[in-house]
Ligand binder design. Structure first.
Ligand SMILES: [Zn+2]
Length: 466
């Protein structure tokens, strides 16, 4: 599977390299061959699927004095047309009438309404890359490698960043892990990011012709904007290393934090545990929640708010007020079954912790929670009455009656004012695989990066790939 994907990638980028070589030879210029090894080039979708909000705003800022190379390939005529923007120019792209129009601005007039040096229009895919060791800045984000532009059938610009795998890992690491974290945690991050990227080649975004997107859907990537010497060093120190299981790259999904245990892939997503045995639930006894901001959380959910929210996801499934929520937990402690029932018998049932997260995503940080129906005692604080101590002992306080309580403010009478669902939870994210905050804590406890990785992914190896 991986090999065939790699061959696809190799073929694709060999073609691309040939395109550039031919392109600039044809144009009568001699340029250095691409510095990239074709098998390492990686495709990151930046703007795609008509999500581009304004096609007139692709302003490319030249951060050096070297200029850009711009190559166009017309499939119909099999011809190449190449241009070069000088070091004193920025580029503006816009889409109109089924073509992308490329103009160059004098640098100091970028953003003005007077484009100069109209370069070309293309209705087919073309590529831009900076000359020299500079970046191209798009919407405030500086990208290395090359940028590939094309139009969707509806005329929107699709933008893909082509870079080496480890340049991509360097871009992702400071976005997904905190750059000031311990060296071993960052090295663990570099290895799992690299592995996830390799396992994603022509995966879930294959239809859009790239490997990963730049959001949390895959891995957060903001070009080279956030890289530091420390994060780059973690990538370099682990160069070529990936997580493997049975000799193949593992699907190294990871999450922000889990406190006492991680979640299994079967409980979270209904995936086959046999297919991903390394994504099983793991007890993590060393995690100190006090060191993870917001990792112990609670939330009062008003039934009407919940009803409105559920109806946006399951239209027509509920037609009256919510009467009851029942749920079950898996072995990991994450809620992986839930049924919400209304007063007229309608119901919504979900059967994985991932679906539970989706069902309640506006209200919870993870599916590792307990939920109770209770009363708030104040309409200004989301604090629930759980029980009261009386002369006859502790009593449940899950009704709207009045209670006299002793608090830090002295003796007072409170009354449940509103029945709500109250959630107490821990952790953030789907809970599968490596915990980012957990990696940092284990690192501070003296764990090496490979031991951190093996703590979270059962039975894996760290191996060099070539
Ligand atoms: Zn994605």
């Amino acid at each position: 599977m991986l090999n065939s994907n790699l061959h696809t990638v190799i073929s694709r980028f060999l073609f691309l390299v040939l395109l550039f070589v031919f392109c600039f030879t044809f144009a009568g210029r001699t340029i250095a061959a691409t510095p990239y090894s074709p098998e390492r080039l990686f495709r990151v979708g930046l703007y795609f699927q008509d999500k581009t909000s304004d096609n007139s705003l692709f302003s490319l800022v030249n951060t050096s004095n070297y200029g850009f190379e711009i190559g166009l390939y017309n499939k119909d005529t099999q011809s190449f047309i190449c241009q070069k923007a000088t070091g004193s120019q920025n580029i503006l792209l816009s889409a109109e009438n089924g073509a992308i129009h490329i103009s160059a601005f004098a640098k100091d007039s970028a953003g003005s309404e007077m484009p100069s040096d109209f370069i070309y229009s293309s209705s087919t895919t073309f590529y831009i890359r900076p000359l020299g060791a500079s970046l191209i800045t798009v919407a405030g984000v500086g990208y290395g490698g090359m940028l590939e532009y094309s139009l969707t059938p509806s005329g929107k610009i699709t933008l893909i960043n082509l870079i080496t795998l480890d340049e991509y890992v360097k871009g992702v690491l400071p976005c997904e892990f905190i750059p000031s974290w311990d060296e071993e945690a960052l090295k663990a991050g570099a290895v799992v990011i690299r592995t996830y990227a390799l396992a994603s080649i022509m995966g879930k975004h294959a239809e859009s012709n790239f490997d990963v997107c730049a959001s949390t859907h895959c891995q957060v990537y903001k070009g080279m904007n956030n890289v530091t010497d420390k994060t780059n060093a973690a990538v370099d120190a682990t160069a070529g290393e990936i997580v493997t299981y049975n000799g193949k790259p593992a699907l190294t999904v990871y999450h922000s934090s889990s406190i006492d245990a991680t979640e299994s892939v079967s409980s979270a997503w209904g995936s086959s545990q046999e297919q991903y045995p390394y994504l099983s639930s793991v007890k993590t006894p060393f995690i100190d929640s006090k060191l993870i901001p917001g990792s112990i959380w609670s939330k009062a959910i008003r039934p009407q708010d919940l009803l409105t929210y559920i109806l946006t996801k399951y239209p027509g499934k509920l037609s009256g007020d919510i009467r009851e929520i029942t749920y079950e937990k898996g072995e990991s402690g994450y809620v992986n079954q839930m049924t919400v029932t209304d007063v007229v018998g309608g119901s919504v049932t979900v059967k994985t912790s991932g679906q539970v997260r989706t069902l309640l995503s506006k209200f919870i940080k993870s599916a590792n929670f307990d939920l109770a129906s209770t009363y708030l005692y104040s309409d200004t604080k989301t604090e629930a009455i759980s029980s009261v101590l009386t002369a006859s002992g502790q009593q449940n306080a899950d009704t709207g009656e009045k209670y006299t309580v002793l608090s830090a403010d002295g003796k007072k009478t409170v009354q449940g004012i509103e029945k709500v669902f109250f959630v107490n939870g821990k952790g953030y994210g789907h809970g599968i695989g490596l915990s980012q905050y957990g990696a940092q804590q284990l690192s501070l406890l003296g764990y090496s990066y490979d031991k951190i990785i093996k703590t979270y992914y059962t039975g894996v190896l760290i191996e060099k790939f070539s």
